[in-house]
Write a protein of this length. Structure first.
Length: 309
């Protein structure tokens, strides 16, 4: 992304704090529903707007060490299944250059042309630091870096999602994710059939569900990919979307959409069938429940960089 003056590139990421604004909100979505509205209209090929869960510590690591000087209010404690090297590990300077791993559930990774979801389990609960040159951080390490993904284009439905298609990305729309344990269509049978071997080896749906039950932090980000131009998400070469080999080049993105942005709104979570108008309870019947629904209007985000929302 570019700054408002067009001279600075940045990749913003923000996290949801609790109401007291002294720790992250820990979402426990097993057996729950999560919904949001999103406007993707200014995200061409090569962009990735992500809304996902990370098994970070609630405090951002503020109480993990006497040396820890940062906490959730500063956006500290980040980790995900890619085991990236971060400047800090739970608020302490990462002087060893360690990788930082944890369970990750990608509820939404998308642009206006393609979308996918992917759980990424790890066989170690919580945040785990590893040697970036060692086995634990690698492709055969403690986390499933590829995940078990579901992409409608790749599954043979190119007419489903995109510009002026069934899910029309030229205008805002609502996304609903239901974690119904007995009716989960992205399950071990599906993942095994699609060749997600690491997913199966590192805990599979049971492991991912355990992390969701322990509690995970809601993360938002937006980024582009100078290396592979995001072809894994939307490229014809990956059978993931309609984008050609060069459309995702950041230089092309700058020329056709210099004001790339995503807007997430109406973010809610609660009982199945409670988070959006006209929803169903997962069995086909309308749910008129008045059970409590949590939403974001009264919440603040911990952020390290400016984020458009």
């Amino acid at each position: 992304m570019l700054s408002s003056d067009g001279n600075t590139e940045y990749t913003p990421r923000v996290y949801l704090l609790n109401e007291a604004e002294d720790a992250y909100e820990m979402l426990q979505l097993t057996g729950q529903e999560f919904s949001f509205d999103v406007d993707m209209s200014k995200l061409p090929c090569g962009m990735n707007s992500a809304l996902y869960l990370s098994e970070m510590e609630a405090t951002g690591g503020k109480d993990s060490s006497d040396l820890s000087v940062l906490g959730a209010e500063y956006g500290a404690g980040y980790c995900d299944a890619q085991c990236y090297t971060t400047p800090f590990i739970n608020g302490v300077g990462n002087i060893n250059g360690s990788g930082v791993c944890c369970n990750e559930l990608d509820i939404w990774e998308a642009n206006a042309r393609a979308t996918h979801i992917a759980p990424h389990p790890c066989n170690v609960p919580g945040l785990y630091a590893c040697d970036v040159n060692g086995e634990d951080c690698g492709a055969d390490g403690v986390c499933d870096k590829s995940g078990c993904s579901m992409n409608p284009y790749k599954m043979g439905h190119p007419e489903y999602y995109g510009l002026d298609l069934e899910v029309d990305t030229t205008r805002p729309f609502t996304v609903v994710t239901q974690g119904v344990p007995a009716q989960n269509f992205l399950n071990d049978e599906y993942c095994n059939a699609t060749g997600a071997d690491k997913y199966m080896d590192l805990g599979a749906t049971e492991g991912m569900g355990a992390a969701m039950s322990r509690g995970m932090v809601l993360v938002f980000s937006i980024w582009w990919d100078k290396g592979s131009f995001m072809e894994w998400l939307d490229g014809q070469s990956s059978n993931a979307g309609p984008c050609n080999a060069t459309e995702g080049n950041p230089e092309v993105i700058k020329s056709i959409q210099p004001d790339t942005q995503v807007t997430f709104s109406q973010i809610r979570w609660g009982d199945i069938g409670s988070t959006f108008s006209g929803s169903t309870n997962g069995t086909g019947s309308t749910n008129g429940s008045s059970s409590a629904v949590s939403s974001l209007p009264r919440r603040r985000m911990a952020e390290g960089l400016a984020f458009h929302s």
